[in-house]
Design a protein around this ligand. Structure first.
Ligand SMILES: Cc1cc2nc3c(=O)[nH]c(=O)nc-3n(C[C@H](O)[C@H](O)[C@H](O)COP(=O)(O)OP(=O)(O)OC[C@H]3O[C@@H](n4cnc5c(N)ncnc54)[C@H](O)[C@@H]3O)c2cc1C
Length: 475
């Protein structure tokens, strides 16, 4: 390999031959929740599937990122996954055990005869005539190329779509800022029953008063967050032994650039310092945690949003607030606006929108989160800009249309998961773990169908797709 070093220190690599490691019907890029759903669905519908994952386990944020709280609607493959986890004592009351979750994913992928590459990063896409022909991989085996007929980008960061030159959105429309990132951590040695029976749990569930008081009297010199985002009891451990394990989401980095290795490094270091602080703070201040200790911090930073593709349809914030229905709905979500403040403390559960020429602070539930809107809670509107007694907060789920998984540019590419085609706030409302599996199932099914119909994914027969998804959910 020859290099040319430029005067500015940049480097030109010489062309080199990459080893061809095979050809597949469907290549699923990224093995998080969306990638898992996509690979299983495509394989069950007869496609020869390769699933490629950069980390050393499947599950992405839900496992390696220590987000053991799979919310939203279990159906189809996501229901199967939860049922399998339950059978191993790895799932109770919507909380999961990350280690058992990895094992369930390994087993389901193996049973579906999917070929899997872990510890392998996709670093480029080979595009010819508006189609991705192959992706370039980097791993212990060096640089390699693998060829495919259909690609599903489930990298969360829309890496493949970006490498292929698709149009991309990133960050908040007004200033490009991303949601806060979080490094989750686990504490062991907890007496959870004692915590559940404590006054703190009964009267200050999200620790708002505790944190405010601690900040005022100096126990928490830096206001990292004004509330506890969540704490999760990790199932699959001996019961009621006074040595429970709890996973926390409370350490956050702000003003993040999750697409920069420099800023990712800053956030991992910051997250570990915050976890060290919180583990001491919790031990000293929270009943039931007197003997607790830090087990670990996540190996994968909690990036909520980075790149989203521009698809055939961009899911709108107001679609979400109005619970819009779509003829090509491939799944739906029961979530609400849920934005982790990009540049300050608190959760934002409202969206600033212009409706009929008026600035409105739109809520999907009537609850403002821990960062109320400037108009005051009472003046928040519903999805149509109405206030007061006229407001209607629909309890329905919100649809996700197939077209939001189909990029406008590249013909043989689909996406699924948190990089779906959506406005910033609509993404914040539709990225829950089970919804990502469900989007993946739809994308995998569509990819296999498009091969059978011999048309590009944007041209498949949508009624057939919806019929197959419906039948598979009932099976
Ligand atoms: C801190 C935090 C708390 C959350 N809390 C909840 C909650 O309480 N409940 C809930 O349901 N959801 C929650 N979420 C949301 C949810 O966890 C994610 O939106 C969801 O898991 C995303 O799944 P995904 O498959 O789209 O992406 P990811 O989980 O990000 O998966 C993408 C996968 O692709 C891999 N990858 C990336 N780039 C490449 C590449 N170039 N080559 C190969 N592989 C690559 C990654 O390693 C990863 O495994 C939370 C998220 C965060 C960050």
């Amino acid at each position: 390999m020859e290099f040319k070093i430029l005067e500015n220190g940049n480097l030109i690599e010489s062309p080199r031959e990459l080893k061809n490691i095979g050809e597949y019907d469907v290549i699923v890029c990224g093995g998080g929740m969306a990638g898992f759903g996509a690979a299983i669905a495509a394989s069950r519908h007869g496609a020869k599937v390769l699933l490629i994952e950069r980390e050393t386990a499947l599950g992405g944020l839900a496992t390696v990122g220590l987000v053991p709280i799979p919310l939203d609607i279990p159906t189809g493959i996501s229901l199967e996954m939860v049922t399998r986890l339950e059978a191993l004592d790895g799932y109770t009351r919507r909380n999961s055990n990350p280690e058992l979750h990895k094992l369930v994913l390994d087993r389901m992928v193996k049973e579906a005869r999917i070929e899997l590459l872990l510890d392998t990063a996709i670093v480029d896409a080979v595009v010819v005539d508006n189609q991705i022909r192959g992706v370039v991989l980097e791993s212990k085996s060096g640089r390699q190329v693998v060829w495919g007929k259909r690609f599903i980008d489930c990298t969360g960061d829309a890496d493949v779509a970006y490498f292929a030159g698709c149009e991309i959105m990133s960050g908040r429309e007004s200033d490009g800022k991303h949601q806060a990132c979080s490094l989750d951590f686990r504490l062991g040695g907890v007496d959870y029953d004692k915590y559940l029976e404590s006054d703190l749990k009964a009267y200050d569930q999200s620790w708002v008063k505790l944190i405010k008081a601690a900040h005022e009297d100096g126990r928490m010199p830096i206001m990292y967050e004004n509330h506890l985002n969540w704490s999760v009891f990790v199932p699959g451990r001996p019961k009621n032994c006074g040595k429970d394990e709890i996973c926390f989401c409370i350490s956050h980095s702000r003003n993040c650039d999750p697409l920069s290795n420099v800023d990712l490094t800053r956030m991992y270091l910051e997250g570990r310092e915050q976890a060290a602080f919180f583990s001491r703070f919790i031990k000293e201040n929270v009943p039931g945690f007197e003997n607790s200790y830090l087990i670990d911090t996540a190996n994968l930073l909690g990036v909520r949003e980075s790149r989203r593709i521009v698809g055939e349809y961009v899911l709108k914030t107001l679609d979400f607030a109005r619970k819009a229905k779509f003829d090509d709905a491939i799944t739906c979500t029961h979530h609400h606006f849920d934005l982790h403040n990009p540049d300050g403390v608190g959760n934002i559960k409202w969206a600033k929108e212009i409706i009929d020429g008026k600035v409105c602070y739109v809520s999907s539930t009537g609850h403002p989160g821990s960062y109320p809107p400037p108009c005051g809670v009472e003046n928040m509107t519903d999805g149509w800009g109405r206030t007061g007694a006229d407001r209607v907060f629909l309890k329905d789920s919100a649809d996700i249309p197939y077209r939001s998984l189909v990029p406008v540019k590249i013909d043989n590419l689909l996406v699924a998961g948190r990089c779906l085609s959506s406005e910033f706030m609509a993404q914040a409302a539709s990225r829950l773990i089970l919804c990502c599996v469900n989007m993946g199932q739809a994308a995998g099914t569509a990819a296999a169908q498009s091969l059978k119909e011999q048309v590009v994914p944007r041209k498949i027969d949508i009624k057939t797709l919806l019929g197959t998804l419906e039948a598979d959910r009932k099976a």
